[in-house]
Ligand binder design. Sequence first.
Ligand SMILES: Cc1ncc(COP(=O)(O)O)c(C=O)c1O
Length: 389
Amino acid sequence: MIAFTPSPAVDRVAQTSKRPTMGPAPAGAVSLAMGEPDFDTPAPIVRAAESALQAGETHYTDQNGLPQLREALAKKLTAAGVSSFDAGQILVSHGATAGLASVILAAVGPGDRVVIPEPCYSLYADLVQLAGGEPILVGPAPDMHWDLDALHRELAGAKMIVFSNPCNPTGIVHTRNELVALGEMLSGTDTLVLADEAYDEIVYEPGLFASALTIESLRDRTIYCQTLSKTYAMTGWRVGYVAGPVDVVAAASRIHRTFNGSLNTAVQLAACTALETDSTVVDDMVASYRDRRDLLLDLLAKIPQVKPYTIDGTFYSLVRYDADLTSEQVTAELRRAGLIVRAGSEYGPHGEGHIRLSFAADPASITRAAEIMHQYFASVEAKIAAATV
Ligand SMILES: Cc1ncc(COP(=O)(O)O)c(C=O)c1O
């Protein structure tokens, strides 16, 4: 046996990470834990990958991404925002995960402060730890939107702010006004903005969402991060991208190619097809999430001990519960009762006292999940009542 000691980077992440290792759900259990669409990838995208493989597209490609894919993305981003993009400002990545990792490892060094409004996607803090930086978690306003005063205070001297909009896990869509306020508070600084817009197409109120790409005052400092995972039900394909200032993208590219080399060629050709997908395909998926959101909210309204927030985007509900138990305890007890959810504490201190549910699941599972929660929280309340008699 050799004596193996993990590197300090592994130690840093291991000691602070709140991310669970998610195995498959135990037999018979209902899972609302996974953050992925329950749809299959649309057939034309699958066929494009098949044809590419049959045609011999099985070799290495450009390490920044297939030129035709980057051209298509540059066109899309130019049409969507206030800046004009060219293919040189785009890095195609192994999912948004590797895009986020590349940008953070490229920009953040030991001791750099990175502001992360929480509750937030739990990967961000782990990546900052990996880079040796200092994650600064900033709690929200009572409605789960940003606490702008707190952000302003913590942003002084920060290297970067990273957030998701629409927000995983809260389902909040941060408004144009919030983004404009962020731009104003960063004016005159060198702080970078890493805007993760993985759920930009999964929004329930038309006109509510504004991309950071459309905010003039954020224009020069924003690195945009996107993925095909959620919009096109392509989580297993692993294709995302980042776009932004040339020097930041060049640094991220150096990290990405050092870690990953080039992305699968056939997958990138399928991604080109995904970008040409008729918008009704995505609209239909979003309409289905909307129905399931409404079903979940109706069912949760009948459980007196829980309170969800407004869900304007994503397919998540962060649910506040009324019980003197940690979210890890509640999650473990619900698991024993046959329901798998995520503990709110995974997403930051203000996630404590909550559980996160994904409603990208079939209506029967959502209904069963609500039944289990109903029984569970009633039994917790009954126990508390019995103990206080
Ligand atoms: C906000 C957010 N960003 C990024 C990702 C990662 O996406 P990908 O599958 O492209 O790595 C997720 C996945 O859950 C997410 O919720």
